[in-house]
Design a binder for this molecule. Structure first.
Ligand code: ADP
Ligand code: MG
Length: 361
């Protein structure tokens, strides 16, 4: 069952079009990540859905009811704001209790107490309830803000960068807790973030947003198998897609700064093109192999369970994840190949994926 359905949502701030024809839906019990860089329009989308900012065009339905023009208090959403938005003059308890004391959802004091203590317990802040929020650390405040959303069982939770202000360790542990809570409650969540790891870890599907437009929506596997735009390659993956520019002539494609040409699928028009590979598809070798190009490892980043090599060749850099025991280090020579069959081709001007006849994209 569809809990949230958004169609053709548009919004401008003066001359700036912040949202341009946004459409998406979230099913009951689903987590949809809204993933995009700063300024993409994530907060504007969530605020429009919550009714906290007006939209110029579009239709918003929550649980089958059109709410496009409804009062925010009647939309039955719970929102965790970017930057928390807690009331500093109140203690943690009263901040968490706030939604239950609003006229629209008023409940008995006994129920308030039970729900506040349950949410605080879930987020491990029971011992902080009496403290004023300005005496809490950033991580503690974030937990209070999430607990404030959890005291209700709304149709949908709108979470705006709920973990971005936290350091890496805290972010990962709170993300795991949030995932458990979501499963326990079968909560429906629209989760705005600029963090690919966060989106990949928690979301059932990902909606990619850039410049106020939805680029593509799908499961992570679908986005990886069929990116529809060069920006998808930049927003997804860790490291992201390795992207190059090149020139098509006939059946050959010459990548700028790359010594030899690779075969190009038939039917491509001659001229400039963008081409990319997921780092997983780039082949790397310690020895020279047929068709491989020489390059230099100029940096390695340890990432706990694996390591990223940064490889430099012909003015390009690319990054590739390898196992910890892969015995290439900084300063080493290596050889790599960009396999033709795994290449994604993008229109040079529009960035859109060029469909080809090899079964890709
Ligand atoms: P995100 O949350 O993805 O970072 P926002 O929705 O906050 O993006 O912003 C989208 C665009 O709208 C940005 O270009 C931002 O500068 C602009 N914007 C956001 N809020 C306002 C506002 N109140 N007035 C003017 N411009 C705004
Ligand atoms: Mg934002």
């Amino acid at each position: 069952m569809t809990v949230l359905n958004v169609e053709g949502l548009s919004k401008s701030y003066g001359a700036l079009q912040a949202l341009d024809d946004i459409s998406l839906h979230v099913e009951r019990g689903e987590v949809l990540a809204l993933l995009g860089p700063t300024g993409a329009g994530k907060t504007s989308t969530l605020m429009s859905i919550a009714g906290l900012t007006d939209q110029q065009a579009g239709r918003i339905e929550i649980a089958g009811q059109e709410v496009s023009r409804s009062d925010p208090r009647l939309r039955d959403v719970a929102i965790v704001f970017e930057g928390f938005n807690l009331l500093p003059t109140l203690n943690a308890y009263d901040n968490i209790a706030m939604p239950l004391r609003s006229p629209a959802y008023r409940v008995d004091d006994g129920v308030v107490d039970e729900r506040v203590r349950k949410a605080a317990g879930d987020l491990k802040i029971d011992h902080l309830l009496e403290r004023h929020v300005d005496q809490l650390s950033g991580g503690e405040r974030q937990r209070v803000a999430i607990a404030r959303a959890l005291v209700r069982d709304p149709q949908i939770y709108l979470l705006d960068e709920p973990l971005s202000a936290l350091d890496l360790k805290l972010r990962e542990s709170l993300r795991a807790e949030l995932g458990n809570l979501q499963r326990e409650k079968s909560a429906t969540i629209l989760y705005a973030t600029h963090d690919y790891h966060g989106a990949a870890a928690i979301a059932d599907r990902i909606a990619l947003i850039e410049g106020g437009r939805i680029l593509q929506i799908g499961t992570l596997d679908e986005l990886i198998a069929h990116p529809n735009h060069v920006s998808v390659g930049k927003l997804i993956g860790s490291p992201a897609m390795a992207l190059f520019e090149g020139t098509v002539s006939g059946s050959q494609l010459a990548i700028d700064g790359y010594d030899f040409t690779i075969a190009c699928p038939s039917g491509f028009s001659p001229g400039r093109i963008r081409i990319g590979w997921w780092p997983e598809d780039i082949e790397i070798s310690k020895q020279k192999l047929d068709g491989y190009q020489q390059a230099e490892i100029y940096a390695t980043d340890f990432r706990g369970v694996d390591r990223t090599l940064q490889i430099r060749f012909g003015g390009h850099g690319l990054r590739k994840v390898v196992p910890l025991d892969f015995d290439l280090v900084e300063g080493d020579q290596c050889w790599f190949a960009l396999p033709e069959k795994q290449a994604f081709h993008f229109d040079y001007e529009t960035g859109e994926t060029i469909k080809n006849d090899t079964g890709q994209a």
